[in-house]
Design a binder for this molecule. Structure first.
Ligand code: 6PG
Length: 240
């Protein structure tokens, strides 16, 4: 078994977003059955956004009152800002779903990112046993970043904190992000990375065995990291 096949699973479905929607719903039903709630962290980005639009149609597919909605990273902008991952997820789909307002946990990075990161970490410790998310959704940037773990940034080296503020010079901004230690605790992690624009980086990530790219460094203690790709983004991989 190769290094990557030991820790990752790749699937290239006809309709990746439809597959991701089914996986989300199955993971949710299983978690609710097993322990009465479903804790999920959403990612920003245009690819995950398509999934949120599909979940919007799933009002009757799940007991949404048992869902606890978190975010794996956030920009340091107000919740009404177009750049906010919270704003994108809520307006793309989640505002149409009956999740209790006090179970939607926004990362508050707009005023003091360091304080916002600390508060979010405390919130996760309070709301999620062993800080073990039932599902974390991630996207991958063309530079190989995921969440707001960008190449060459300080957060990549964090070994104990679960949520940190992260200076991102390449975006001339500060973000709040989950760290690798928090991602590692998750029961399930699903990457959704589709389109020709991801092809080159997907190939680099899956051929790399030196943890060069943040997306390639993501590990999950409890299952293989699931990569949901499409024919375009997976074009350079041998998927048998
Ligand atoms: C962010 C996202 C980021 C995103 C990737 C993929 O805040 O920017 O959390 O990690 O998931 O950049 O985005 P696309 O799917 O739009 O390429």
């Amino acid at each position: 078994m190769s290094f990557e096949s030991a820790m990752r699973a790749i699937i290239v479905p006809e309709d990746p977003v439809e597959f991701a929607k089914s996986f989300f719903l199955e993971a949710a039903k299983k978690a609710i059955e097993e322990h009465g709630s479903f804790s999920v962290a959403l990612s920003g980005g245009s690819t995950p956004k398509a999934l949120y639009g599909k979940l919007k149609e799933c009002k009757d597919s799940l007991d949404w009152s048992k869902v606890k909605l978190f975010f794996s990273d956030e920009r340091t902008v107000p919740p009404t800002d177009q750049d906010s991952n919270y704003h994108m997820a809520i307006t793309s789909g989640f505002e149409a779903l009956p999740i209790p307002k006090n179970q939607i946990f926004r990362m508050k990075g707009e005023s003091d990112p360091a304080k916002g990161a600390k508060e979010y970490e405390e919130l996760i410790k309070k709301e999620i046993p062993e800080e073990r998310f039932d599902l974390i959704l991630l996207g991958m940037g063309d530079d190989g970043h995921t969440a707001s773990l960008f190449p060459g940034t300080k957060a990549l080296d964090e070994t104990s904190r679960l949520v940190v503020e992260n200076e991102v010079p390449q975006k001339n901004t500060v973000r709040i992000t989950f760290t690798f230690p928090l991602l590692k605790k998750a029961k399930n992690i699903m990457f959704l990375a589709t389109g020709e624009g991801k092809r080159e980086m997907i190939s680099k990530v899956f051929k790399d065995i030196n943890d060069t790219y943040p997306s390639g460094r993501v590990r999950c203690d409890h299952s293989k990291v699931l990569w949901v790709l499409d024919k375009a983004s997976a074009a350079d991989l041998q998927t048998n």
